[in-house]
Design a protein around this ligand. Sequence first.
Ligand code: PMP
Length: 446
Amino acid sequence: MSDRPRLIHVNVNQPSLQAVRGEGIYLYDADGNRYLDGCSGALVANLGHGAGEIARAMAVQSETLPYVFRVHFSSPPAEALAERYCSLTRNPMGAVLFANSGSEAVEAAVKLARTRHLSAGETERHKIISRWQSYHGITAGALAWSGIAGRRKDFLPYFKESPHIPPAYCYRCWFGKRPDACELQCARALETAILTEGPETVSAFIAEPVVGSALAAAAAPAGYFQLIREICDRYGVLFIADEVMTGAGRTGGSFFASDHFPGEPHIIAFGKGVGAGYYPLAGALVRPEIIDAISAGSGLYSASQSHSAHPVGMAAGMAVLDYMEAHRLLQHAREMGIHLGNRLDELRSHALVGDVRGMGLMWGLELVRDKESREPFPADRNLYMDFYECARGKGMVLLPSSGCNRGKNGDMALIAPPLIITRPQVDELVDALHGALADLAGRLCA
Ligand code: PMP
């Protein structure tokens, strides 16, 4: 027998560091080393680690009614959470379907869109238009709709190809435009794609309001989503916002990022922060007109999963909302986000930092070889992993990624601490980043 770990790690030959305990925004390994969780895991642990309220609510539900199958029974926490979620948006949503991961939430959103079209007799509508340099999940459907070359490439044979349009990415605009004079060509590309595909065959357009790991917190230019929604309406196409990463207060001030802009989605996929790491809770919210159309058709949505609306997950979701309300986390995330943004601005003067972008508590750094020309480092330099290691050396975890330069190269990091972070902790985080960048520059000179 080899002494390889039995657990499959990111690298099967190299076990990941083991965390044994979490408290607030910090994680601890077996040797007692402390790490500031600068990215809430995968932007999941929004309430930090070790919030006893959530654990207790789950334990109570687990003893009362741990599980029912959606086909047989609903449950009081499922009905209550559905009611509450529908009122989290600017305009109330009509209904919600629960799933167990962001990837499944995206697939559920797509299936709900298709069900709406079938109910309305628009049986040809099935195509999903998405954007390059996006991430919608790891299951075959969600990965096919994603536009992140590095994660897609090994699994291309499993995909039914579907159309992708250029991203809304002002730092490296695919149209060579400046945001103040671009006429939103990246949004207009949707109309071209719909017309090319044949509008009667297109079901939905899916996009992240602020792009996560594929573009490190790149937000669309003003007016983008409004135009997207207008184009969708013109052709009977549904707009799905993938808020798996941006939801649950991540962008500060509102529960969902789409509520920051005009251009309301028909369907919102959510996950990650809604369960805050205590339960893998996810799902899709639909606007009233979508559920009305399904109701007027067969009324059936039978694409069930074993753990949909799991009562313990529902109790966790409810406890997360209670916690967020009790601690005014939407407001707090907005305030801490302003402070974090101001402090991150300092990093712009660093030779390796090409761009600093984001909103609320979701920020991204893009590293470049040349600030003037925005030339990235070569892909095989894997600078993003070096940066991750330098940050860890300073006692902090961030989320590294690469490929922002059309999937070829380009190093990034997401900075997205738990929403409970305090002002001194924001300062501690940014100080660690200063140190990590200095160490990275040192490595490059060595
Ligand atoms: N959509 C977005 C925007 C995401 O960021 C992610 C996860 N990073 C997913 C979907 C997939 O979520 P999960 O990993 O929970 O399946």
